[in-house]
Design a protein around this ligand. Structure first.
Ligand code: ZN
Length: 859
């Protein structure tokens, strides 16, 4: 008897030991790390049987029901389901067959302990679906639940490491199409509605559960033995025809490459995708049912090289997620970057064979470095891996650091470990954690066994700390007894934060001496220094740092090196321009006006489209953000002429369009704006310049700002012209932001304080871009403070990228003393402001602060 008692005590101690606590975690909003760990230890074998009855009208409620089945390791605990919606939406609750009164507290539906069994439990819920993440539009809807928004639609365990299967049934209007994660099993139809029953899904995380339904065209193709279905709403038949083959091909090629690289066949039941006009960002990797922004895949006529590359890269990125993220998922959203880094890292390799003529090192550096630097140079820089206490802040993990800095870090890691061992490590990681979850330390532990290097220490600097190193060249002289002193240069890495960190990395330096030019790699390891040239050679030497685009940091650069432009390989040119730009922003002896002069020379000779884009982008930034008004007036006429003439001179249509777009953006003089107007109105036609509906919409927007006297007729004419219904709705939304009437613009901004009006985020961002157009800066600085005051709310209601993009567009064009003061005062007045959001503000205000300083200096 006694014996038994002791054993029971011992066993319960063991169980409590694994659960980490003896009582349920406290009920608080969101999904805390504590709650997630508690549930993970207790709950397994989760299945959701879900039914949504979706009416055609987007204003009518969606009635729904759900049966959740799960296994409990131990009874005696209240269990929290996550449901971030009003309690009124919950109609009835049954636990293991017993009707229960609904207890909803702090975004949770409580399942009382006394009704739950050790072993299998069943919960039945009838409810009205919450709508904040269903993205309902006239004629269609789509779910977007990343990172923790599934809990806004239906009650569940919303955490990435409680993977579950889903049995979904949708009742939809008879004319609609739908896709979800699993294949369609049965369809039954009556006159007005149909019922789609999908097969049981694979084991997936809650943020990857998804469906899309609506008036879509469904196109199915079999490529390389694989059937895929694409949903889209494009009405322009030529546009569809022009793009469709390539879209399927790129998906098939990505799938093949990934199977080969990972050694694992495509792991899920089927593979479809939907093109959505209003989609918040480029794409989202829902298992077997990827969503894309339609315009990222359906390109207009004469797409630029960089648009073609972006499309291929986006498709490769989302497809790579099927393995990296969907098959093996992060345990918690602090490691969300691990799936993003692999998707981007793989994408950069997958797309290469599709573009044999591209310098892929150049493409890599253009896609990653500028964007990573744009955060890492700021006071608000964040490390790649961050701490996350509650999933309701998971959106703040996202940003340029995880998408753009992390792949640079990963390439350095591949260099350190070696390509083959690195691939072996990834294969081991994927097969070990298939249909499960893993952390970054899990991966590092696997890789660490394959190399002599101490990867944990390496990862500490690169992954767990923020910022970038600064590089400089220092002259050294060693006294040698009885001989001439040895004179040489040293490349020195330093830590701008003064923490003596060293970012071990391989850096390339391209040198040109009067005799020859050469390229060298240097490993900057633990001491942060590398001797790299003896003085006799050095005297006449010109150098391009980070010459292969693999290194990371602020590198020395000067304008005179541009003399050697024509002898540089493309990647060196790209790296050098990026280095110049960074030094300009750091005010390291590169001045905006002199850099602009050089850029004007470059765009007249450079033929590589990617480099042209980069140079033209720098021109636009300098012109609108860094020149004083006086300086702008000085260069304006020459710049307009140059861009117009270059546009005319181009024989390649896509390059012609690239120049035209920059011209359209920059044109300010009456006669030049008139040219844009004449092209828009059809009066003037330029041979070889093929413009699509979206181009005319952009022109109309620009013209409305630059010609306020004509704004009203331009807007109404453009609205009449738009044929595609989705683009029409977008333009109707943006229209008040284009108005010449300040009070209309003010009330538009005011209207954004209502969550409902921020629903279609991509529209909001475009409209704000017009409100804050550089020509309207004096009338729009009053929006800065309210935009900051709204940020906390934006973070809770908006999707993952919205808070930063909201800040970028509200702050990015301003540089006045008042604007700077507004931001500083706001931060001073809110000393306890959410840390992550404060960092985002400092990131977004970086350009404002720097432009303000640069202009002071110029005055
Ligand atoms: Zn991704």
């Amino acid at each position: 008897m006694k014996m038994t008692k002791i054993r029971t005590l011992f066993i319960s101690l063991l169980i409590f030991g694994t659960l980490g606590c003896s009582t349920s975690p406290k009920v608080e909003p969101g999904v805390s790390l504590e709650l997630a760990k508690f549930r993970k230890a207790l709950i397994s074998d989760v299945n959701y049987e879900l039914l949504f009855n979706i009416p055609g009208k987007e204003t009518e409620d969606i009635s729904a029901s759900e049966t959740i089945t799960f296994t409990l390791k131990e009874a005696g605990h209240d269990i929290q389901l996550d449901f971030r919606e009003s309690a009124e939406l919950l109609k009835s609750l049954q636990i293991n067959g017993t009707d229960v009164e609904i207890q909803r507290r702090e975004e949770h539906l409580i399942l009382p302990a006394h009704l739950l069994n050790e072993g299998v439990n069943t919960v039945d819920i009838e409810f009205t679906a919450g709508e904040s993440s269903l993205n309902r539009n006239p004629g269609y809807l789509y779910t977007l639940f990343v990172p923790d928004r599934a809990r806004t639609a239906f009650p569940l365990f919303d955490q990435p490491d409680l993977k579950a299967t889903y049995d979904l049934t949708l009742e939809i209007p008879v004319s609609w199409e739908a896709i979800s994660n699993a294949p369609l099993a049965f369809v039954t139809e009556n006159d007005s509605a149909k019922t789609l029953e999908f097969a049981t899904s694979d084991l997936i995380s809650s943020y990857l559960f998804s469906f899309v339904a609506g008036d879509f065209e469904a196109v199915s193709r079999t490529v390389g033995g694989r059937e895929m279905t694409m949903l889209h709403r494009e009405t322009d038949k030529e546009k569809v025809a022009r793009n469709i083959d390539k879209i399927f091909e790129l998906h098939a090629a990505s799938l093949n490459w990934l199977e080969e690289y990972t050694g694992i066949d495509y792991p899920f039941q089927k593979f479809d995708f939907a093109l959505i006009p209003t989609f918040q960002y480029g794409g989202m990797e829902h298992v077997g049912a990827i969503q894309y922004r339609a315009s990222s895949l359906f390109l207009d006529e004469d797409p630029s090289e960089s648009q073609l590359l972006s499309r291929a890269s986006l498709i490769a990125h989302e497809t790579a997620h099927m393995w990296f993220g969907d098959l093996v998922t992060m345990e918690w959203f602090n490691d969300v970057w691990t799936k993003e880094v692999f998707a981007n890292f793989m994408a950069a390799i997958i797309m290469n064979p599709n573009f044999p003529d591209i310098d892929h090192d150049l493409n890599f550096v253009l896609r990653h470095h500028p964007s990573a630097y744009s955060v890492d140079r700021t006071e608000g820089a964040n490390p790649i891996r961050q701490h996350l206490e509650n999933l309701n802040e998971a959106g703040q993990m996202y940003g340029a650091i995880i998408y753009n800095k992390a792949p640079i870090m990963m390439r350095q890691l591949e260099l350190l470990v070696g390509k083959e061992l690195f691939k072996e490590g990834l294969r081991e990681y994927l097969s070990t954690y298939s249909f499960g979850n893993a952390t970054w330390p899990d991966l590092i532990t696997i890789l660490d066994q394959k190399t002599e290097q101490d990867l944990h220490a390496w990862s500490e600097v690169w992954v767990n700390t923020a910022g970038r190193p600064h590089f400089s060249v220092e002259f050294n002289e060693d006294d040698l007894p009885g001989r001439e002193p040895l004179k040489y240069d040293v490349l020195v890495q330093s830590d701008p934060a003064g923490l003596q960190r060293v970012w071990p990395q391989q850096v390339g330096i391209w040198t040109i001496s009067p005799k020859d030019s050469s390229f060298k790699f240097f490993d900057i390891l633990s001491d942060g220094q590398k001797k790299f040239a003896t003085l006799n050679k050095l005297r006449a030497e010109t150098r391009v740092f980070n010459a292969n685009g693999r290194g990371y940091g602020l590198f020395p650069a000067d304008l005179k090196t541009l003399q050697h432009w024509e002898h540089m390989r493309d990647v060196r040119k790209g790296s050098h321009l990026i280095n110049l730009y960074e030094n300009m922003l750091e005010q390291n002896e590169v001045f905006p006006d002199s850099y602009l002069d050089e850029l004007l020379g470059i765009v007249q000779t450079e033929e590589n489209q990617l480099l042209l884009n980069l140079a033209l982008g720098h021109i636009e930034t300098i012109y609108w953000k860094l020149l004083t008004e006086e300086q702008r007036n000085e260069v304006q006429a020459d710049l307009e002429d140059l861009l117009w003439n270059e546009m005319l001179a181009q024989t390649e249509s896509s390059t012609k369009k690239t120049f035209f777009n920059t011209f359209r953006d920059i044109a300010l003089s009456d006669n030049q704006v008139q040219k844009v107007y004449d092209i828009w109105s059809g009066e003037l036609e330029i041979e070889g310049l093929n413009l699509a509906e979206t181009d005319f919409i952009s022109m109309a927007g620009d013209l409305a700002v630059k010609r306020p006297d004509l704004a009203a007729p331009i807007i109404s004419e453009q609205l009449n012209r738009i044929e595609n219904p989705d683009r029409k709705r977008r333009f109707e939304f943006i229209q008040p932001a284009l108005s010449a009437d300040q009070s209309i613009r003010d009330s538009f901004f005011e209207s954004l304080k209502d969550e409902e009006n921020r629903k279609t985020e991509s529209w909001v961002l475009s409209a704000l871009g017009y409100l804050h157009h550089p020509l309207r800066i004096d009338e729009s600085d009053k929006y800065i403070l309210p935009s900051l005051e709204l940020l906390r709310e934006i973070q809770t209601t908006g999707d993952i990228f919205f808070p930063k993009r909201w800040l970028d567009v509200n702050l990015g064009n301003h540089s006045s003393d008042e604007a700077v003061k507004t931001v500083h005062t706001f931060l001073d007045n809110n000393p306890d402001y959410n840390h992550q959001l404060k960092m985002k503000i400092l990131q977004a205000a970086d350009m404002m602060f720097r432009a303000n300083e640069i202009k002071q200096y110029t005055k």
